[in-house]
Write a protein that binds this ligand. Structure first.
Ligand SMILES: Nc1ncnc2c1ncn2[C@@H]1O[C@H](COP(=O)(O)OP(=O)(O)OP(=O)(O)O)[C@@H](O)[C@H]1O
Ligand SMILES: CC(C)(CO)[C@@H](O)C(=O)NCCC(=O)O
Ligand SMILES: [K+]
Length: 240
């Protein structure tokens, strides 16, 4: 199973229902070699949830073909089991978000906020009836930092640390980004709470989950492999 994000490729190898290996790599030949050496075997079926650019997808497709691995590329659908995709055009929803929502439903039947903090931050609301009612997309931490550097003269690329009231430029940038990302999560949580009539649970995944978790006032469950869990569920189910 492959979670092909905009920045990195994440994978899990499933043998006899057991996850025998997991890993992550960038979109280079070395990265793909890490995947092959990390447990992929000849004749394995690869199920891919990709939101990355066409160039990465073509390269990945060629690498899989060269390794004689059969590839299946997933798309978001209108429904899966109890989960209903409320997007205006369901197939336009990023398949990574769809997989995370399906995995979240497998973990709980309560209302839940599904947050992925990667290249982009997505905050998606799933009701207790299993309906994905919508969600927001925000630039992720790296993109925010790049945007500030590109659009201003005096913000250097210096690593800052989190401060409630930053008094140095680097700390102000770092803390501002954390505040913006956490603010989006807290707002959507309040909106889903109003809709659901109770405080929703929150699952947090993605490369920046640990950056945000300490600064959220709500209780969150960190689930690093949420997208891969969704791929496994979809692959296993007869609903797809
Ligand atoms: N090379 C890097 N330089 C700076 N920050 C990085 C780098 N790699 C990862 N990060 C940090 O990790 C965050 C998330 O990126 P990462 O690739 O880990 O997420 P991801 O969940 O795999 O994203 P996606 O699924 O969209 O590829 C970035 O916003 C950034 O803060
Ligand atoms: C929002 C991202 C970049 C998050 O990885 C991805 O899910 C994506 O490209 N989605 C397509 C657009 C959408 O979900 O509305
Ligand atoms: K993401």
């Amino acid at each position: 199973m492959l979670d092909a994000g905009n920045s990195t490729l994440k994978w899990a190898v499933v043998e006899d229902g057991r996850w025998s290996a997991t890993g992550r790599a960038d979109y280079t030949d070395d990265g793909f070699r890490a995947f092959l050496e990390g447990g992929a075997r000849r004749d394995m079926r690869c199920i891919i949830a990709s939101v990355t650019r066409a160039e990465h997808e073509r390269r990945l497709a060629a690498q899989l073909a060269a390794a004689r691995l059969e590839a299946t590329w997933l798309k978001a659908t209108a429904t899966f089991g109890e989960v209903t995709n409320g997007y205006a055009t369901p197939e336009n929803l990023g398949v990574d978000r769809w997989m995370a929502l399906i995995a979240a439903r497998q973990r709980t039947r309560e209302a839940v906020l599904v947050v992925s903090a990667g290249t982009a931050l997505t905050v998606d609301a799933l009701t207790a009836t299993g309906t994905f009612v919508g969600g927001v997309i925000v630039p992720g931490a790296r993109l925010m930092r790049q945007a500030l550097q590109a659009g201003t003269a005096r913000l250097d690329d210096v690593e800052g640390s989190w401060q409630a009231f930053p008094r140095r430029t680097a700390d102000a940038v770092h803390s501002g980004i954390v505040a913006a990302l956490c603010g989006a999560i807290e707002q959507q949580r309040a909106r889903l709470a109003a809709l659901a009539g109770a405080g929703p649970r929150c699952f947090l995944t993605g490369g920046d989950a640990s950056l945000l978790a300490p600064h959220l006032t709500l209780a969150v469950d960190q689930v690093p492999e949420l997208v891969l869990e969704g791929i496994e569920r979809v692959t296993r189910g007869d609903d797809y």
